[in-house]
Design a protein around this ligand. Structure first.
Ligand SMILES: Cc1ncc(C[n+]2csc(CCOP(=O)(O)OP(=O)(O)O)c2C)c(N)n1
Length: 642
């Protein structure tokens, strides 16, 4: 029987012979590689923490103590060891295990995560709750060197050092974020590893100690530890009020267990610095951990991705920016630790002096862009929609209030699929469109994305371009890039029974729906709104007045989204009374993980779903909805007037 088969509950790990834990690590590693090669997922980070996870589970009481994983993308071994081994092959699939810790999935997941830099804050909150309620569990935050580039981590360290609660922070140092970790903070560690003077000093101390016996050896160890603390991040952590231990070899299970046993009952906040190898145990992931950070399915024997890579919106964004930067040296790009994911790597190679990876620091990225714009540059901040949520105040206070010429490129706007609720870009329109001065656009295809990037760069003032995580439609991308007049919609199809008013990724499905409806004798007009803000009032109001039946369609939260913008416009214009409206989009709920197509289908955001909404609207007539809207409209108008 394999070791994994012997583990029915987390306590069973404690029964395995210490010498056999290395074999268990191998089994876990094989399981992760085999499953992730089929489902895709965060391979390299998980392979790096297998021994660390086993040691944590061995030493701590996992049923009682709380482990908070930062980002949570490295929790696969933890899932396997906490009763989810048999379901592990469902990971990231619709209805299967989530790729991140999720409190509703297992009592052993102490805190839900997906975004970086939250672990120390959450863990500190748990220690406060523990002490206030007179309980005695231990709280352990596991944080990577990448996550330590984010301000929140430092805010939490500063506060934890001040409160002096019993808190254990495991600093998982693999020298990599997704790409190499950015920043001066981590340089002392590298310097120490390679410092010949330090290594010579260690050797001299050790030689001397061996000549003078055991007391001298203990003293020498103390001197070495102090020197190490002084020379590494230890000094920084100690200045923040933490006791520092390490660096500890992160793939040596007995060594890790020994360290955890020795320090687990120390009073006050402690930090244990563990050095691991990202991708450990799978050659291809060790050699290219960035590629295997979040891998799509691949062939285990060659490390090659399976499936054909189609041109994505990210690729088109990348090429467009490079093209535009050739003739405009004020264009500067900023990424928050995601040069590959956002497509900026090529730009960074071509224009290294005009490219900035700021670390996992979305807030800083946006305010830095504001500074650049204030001095006449044209910064393009490229961040996934979900992570830009972090910089909401910076967008309002630093960029929009000063009406600065900053372009926000929101990749992964809409449903992202397997990464699930922490990563869906469901709120792009909702968190941007109410901010004064900003222009918000979303392209129907690759060619329009190209034009929108240019439009944003030509327009003076803040502008956001929101595009989905997917391959494009496959349309021709013209060499010559034209910008679009701000706010102009585009009529793609005339009709008189119903007006389909889609934006972005919903334009082509709406066109297909209109074609299908035509076969049933229903005449649907389709207008690509293009702008979520400003709305093309001049074109849309007469059209809506004429057709009177409108369906807005967006891959965004319907609450406060594009449909709401249309409703507000109609209410403001006193137009709402005899208009029948429906709003299609992401409903008022957090959306689970699963293939993007499945999720879109679930919400009817497909040609069939859109056609169904039209049939329903025509069947139900004007009755119910109008009275509802009458009430909304009069309430809205009262709001607008006050
Ligand atoms: C706020 C936020 N920004 C960006 C990301 C994307 N992201 C996921 S993991 C990661 C790197 C984390 O590096 P590290 O903490 O060192 O962990 P490792 O993957 O090296 O184990 C990034 C940038 C995120 N999850 N959250």
């Amino acid at each position: 029987m394999s070791f994994l088969e012997q583990l029915n509950n987390p306590d069973d790990l404690k029964k395995i012979d210490l010498n056999q834990l290395g074999n268990l690590a191998q089994e876990i590693r094989q399981k992760i590689i085999s499953v992730i090669s089929k489902t895709g997922g965060h391979l390299a980070s998980n392979l790096g923490v297998v021994e660390l996870t086993i040691a944590l589970h061995r030493v701590f009481d996992i049923g009682k103590d709380k482990i908070v994983w930062d980002v949570g993308h490295q929790c696969y071994a933890h899932k396997i060891l906490t009763g989810r081994c048999n379901d592990f092959d469902t990971i990231r699939q619709f209805g299967g295990l989530c790729g991140f810790p999720k409190t509703t999935e297992s009592p052993y997941d102490s805190f839900g995560t997906g975004h970086a830099c939250t672990a120390i804050s959450a863990a500190l909150g748990m220690t406060i709750a523990r002490d206030l309620s007179g309980k005695s569990y231990k709280v352990i935050a596991v944080v990577g060197d990448g996550a330590l580039t984010g301000g929140m981590s430092f805010e939490a360290l500063n506060h934890a050092g001040h409160l002096r609660k019993n808190l254990i922070v495991i600093f998982n140092d693999n020298e990599m974020s997704i790409s190499p970790t950015v920043g001066g903070f981590l340089q002392p560690i590298d310097r120490l590893r390679t410092s010949q003077r330090y290594n010579r000093f260690r050797k001299e101390i050790a030689d001397m100690a061996s000549r003078f016996g055991s007391l001298a050896t203990q003293l020498a160890k103390k001197i070495d530890d102090s020197a190490k603390t002084f020379l590494t991040n230890g000094m920084l952590f100690e200045a923040l009020g933490f006791r520092y231990f390490g660096p500890v070899e992160g793939h040596d299970i007995p060594g890790l267990i020994d360290t955890f046993e020795r320090v687990k009952n120390i009073q006050g906040p402690i930090i244990i610095h563990i050095v691991t190898k990202k991708g450990k145990g799978y050659k291809y992931a060790e050699d290219d951990s960035a590629k295997f950070h979040s891998a799509s399915s691949f062939d285990v024997s060659t490390g090659q991705s399976s499936g054909i890579k189609k041109l994505s919106y990210t690729d088109v964004f990348s090429s467009t920016l490079i093209k535009l930067a050739e003739s405009d040296d004020r264009i500067v790009t900023i990424t928050a630790a995601m040069p590959d994911g956002t497509g900026l790597t090529r730009f960074m190679k071509k224009y290294p002096e005009r490219s900035f990876d700021v670390g996992i620091a979305e807030q800083h990225a946006v305010t830095m862009a504001a500074g650049l714009a204030m001095q006449g540059m044209k910064p393009v901040v490229t961040i996934y929609s979900t992570f830009l949520q972090r910089a909401y105040d910076q967008i309002i206070h630093d960029v929009c209030l000063q009406n600065l010429h900053v372009t926000l490129a929101l990749d992964r706007s809409g449903l992202v699929g397997a990464d699930g609720p922490t990563h869906h870009g469901a709120f792009s329109f909702a968190y941007l469109r109410h901010i004064p001065n900003i222009t918000v656009m979303t392209p129907k295809d690759e060619s329009e994305l190209q034009s929108m990037i240019k439009t944003a760069l030509d327009h003076h003032g803040p502008a956001a371009v929101c595009y989905p995580r997917s391959s494009g439609i496959g349309v021709h991308i013209p060499e010559n890039i034209e910008s679009i007049p701000i706010g102009a919609s585009e009529t793609l199809r005339t009709g008189h029974d119903v007006l389909l008013l889609p934006v972005g990724s919903m334009v082509y499905p709406s066109l297909k729906a209109a074609e299908a409806l035509e076969k049933d004798g229903i005449s649907a007009a389709v207008v690509n709104a293009r702008f979520v803000k400003p709305i093309d009032k001049e074109s849309l109001i007469p059209l809506i007045r004429q057709i009177k039946k409108v369906i807005t369609i967006e891959e965004n939260s319907v609450r406060c989204g594009f449909g709401s913008a249309i409703l507000e416009m109609l209410a403001q214009e006193n137009e709402i009374y005899d208009i029948n409206m429906d709003f299609m989009g992401i409903p008022d709920q957090f959306v689970e993980h699963g293939e993007r197509d499945i999720l879109l289908q679930m919400f009817g955001l497909t040609p069939e779903g859109i056609a169904q909404s039209v049939y329903k609207m025509l069947r139900d007539g004007n009755s119910k909805k109008i009275s509802t809207f009458r009430r909304i409209a009069s309430r809205a108008r009262r709001g607008f007037q006050s």
